[in-house]
Design a protein around this ligand. Structure first.
Ligand code: CU
Length: 299
């Protein structure tokens, strides 16, 4: 069984185009080598002037034109079904942001990895919180750009149980190649159980849950290590140099600074770090405060 309903159509056109290309590669090379010997100077000392040959020209125009149309036809018939999801497809929101995928299910459950039931049509509504990304599931033969401010979708029916890779296929900055996830295909009962279970441990700080969901931890560590952004360890009360409108300024980190650096990431830039990298995320005041509460606990 193929991993998804699209494997057959996509693979067929790939192999068809590959076969035609190999045929011509070998054929043209063989004819070239043959001509090299057949018409070498010894055999043909005086150059012949050939103006044209109607029959040959028609043959080498019409045959390739037909071949190209055949390739187009199979490419199109493999691609067309991807454009429209079945009416009864189950919908999941997939959001890309630097550098993480997040999946949100109809019941509100949120996860980092995609879990779907086997043999059911699944439609992914695609969103980006910052720049261009591209959701790519090679095993399912589907890939779609995720464009901020634009409505995009992709759909599939998984036909084989197992875990398959999800990649980002659009260069989206420094940690683009780490923007990985997986899709796990399970049977309906297992899917229902998974969906009903809590997405995060009950004793997890709500601020930490929010930070995981908003991919804060792909740029910030909690243990002092520097990533794309400064570590969040021991921030409260720390003195730090920030750059405001090109001027360096010494500050002591307090609650207000924490909240502002999440609300307006580019207002004050920590010295030694790049501006315009941290996204301005749509968080409510309550969520902001939960995050700040949590950051205060990272000692
Ligand atoms: Cu990306």
């Amino acid at each position: 069984m193929n991993a998804s309903n699209f494997v057959e159509g996509v693979d067929f056109s790939l192999y068809l185009i590959l076969a035609i290309s190999v045929f011509f590669l070998v054929g043209i090379t063989a004819v070239m080598i043959y001509f090299l010997f057949r018409y070498r100077k010894k055999n043909n000392p005086v150059a012949t002037n050939i103006s044209h040959n109607n029959t040959l020209e028609i043959v080498w125009t019409v045959i390739p034109a037909i071949l190209v149309l055949i390739m187009f036809w199979y490419g199109w018939t493999g691609y067309r079904p991807m454009l429209k999801a079945p009416e009864d497809a189950m919908e999941i929101n997939a959001t890309g942001q630097m550098w993480k995928w997040t999946f949100e299910y109809p019941n509100g459950k949120v996860s980092d990895t995609l879990v779907v039931p086997i043999d059911e049509a699944v439609k992914l509504n695609l969103f980006s919180k910052d720049v261009l990304h591209s959701l790519y599931i090679p095993a399912f033969r589907i890939k779609q750009d995720v464009v901020p401010g634009s409505e995009k979708m992709m759909w599939f029916t998984a036909q084989k149980k197992g875990t398959f890779d999800i990649l980002c296929a659009e260069y989206c900055g420094q940690l683009h190649s780490y923007m990985l996830s997986t899709v796990k295909v399970v049977d309906r009962a297992e899917y229902d159980n998974w969906l009903a279970a809590e997405s995060s441990p009950a004793d997890e700080h709500p601020g930490l849950t929010l930070m995981k969901r908003n991919a804060c931890l792909s740029c910030h560590t909690q243990d002092g290590t520097r990533l794309v952004g400064p570590s969040l360890k021991g921030l409260m009360g720390k003195t730090e140099t920030v750059i405001v409108d090109g001027q360096e300024k010494e500050i002591t980190i307090d609650r207000e600074y924490l909240l502002n650096s999440i609300r307006e990431p580019n207002a004050e830039i920590v010295k030694g770090f790049q501006p315009n990298l941290m996204p301005k995320l749509p968080l409510t005041e309550e969520e902001l405060n939960q995050i700040a509460d949590y950051i205060e606990t990272i000692k």
